[in-house]
Design a protein. Structure first.
Length: 189
């Protein structure tokens, strides 16, 4: 069965980012695909040190949680990330993760190429479009396929649960997840 990995970049295990990704996972599963959400809330994700020791191996030498996450992302057909917006950008550990996964893919078999997915930004007020653009750079440079939705993948909310009240944002994220599932199924035909 085809699988989509979703990463919640929030430090809150049950915050807005996780709640939106859960809605996305439900839509993906409605299309007969498997989904798994990984929370970074309890993970240690260091910044890449540019040591280049992953070259040819696809394994990072840093001792944290990245290699375990990569082991789940590698066989998946879809990859969606959700991040809260901090000071107009994605959370630092989310970007650390994306940069290291991208480096591992590029240094080995380019396992990210042709995966379907994209980013979702969850924020209180501003900085969401810059955050989406920041995370999109990861998808495009790794030859990934990013389907659209009915609007930008942005959901507004501050306190846990607020994001689910943003009807347009939820509808946009859900449609995006549906489009990810549809495209994975179309490619598999």
């Amino acid at each position: 069965m085809e699988k989509v990995i979703l990463i919640s970049g929030s430090p809150r295990k049950n915050g807005n980012t996780m709640q939106i990704l859960q809605r996305c996972a439900e839509k993906i599963e409605a299309y007969g695909l498997e989904s798994e959400i990984i929370s970074l809330a309890d993970k240690k994700i260091e910044a890449c040190t540019a040591c280049r020791r992953c070259q040819g191996t696809g394994i990072c030498v840093l001792q944290d949680d990245v290699n375990d996450i990569v082991a789940k992302v590698r066989p998946a057909k879809g990859f969606i990330v959700g991040s809260p917006v901090y000071f107009g950008t994605a959370r630092g550990d989310m970007m650390n993760l994306l940069q290291r996964i991208g480096r591992l893919s590029g240094a080995s078999d380019r396992f990210l190429a042709w995966k379907v997915g994209g980013p979702i930004a969850i924020n209180r007020r501003g900085g969401s479009t810059a955050t989406i653009q920041e995370m999109l750079m990861f998808y495009f440079i790794n030859e990934m396929i990013v389907p659209g939705s009915i609007y930008w993948n942005i959901v507004f909310g501050m306190a846990p649960g607020d994001a689910l009240e943003d009807e347009e944002g939820v509808r946009t994220a859900e449609r995006f997840a549906e489009n990810v599932a549809k495209l994975i199924l179309k490619i598999a035909e």
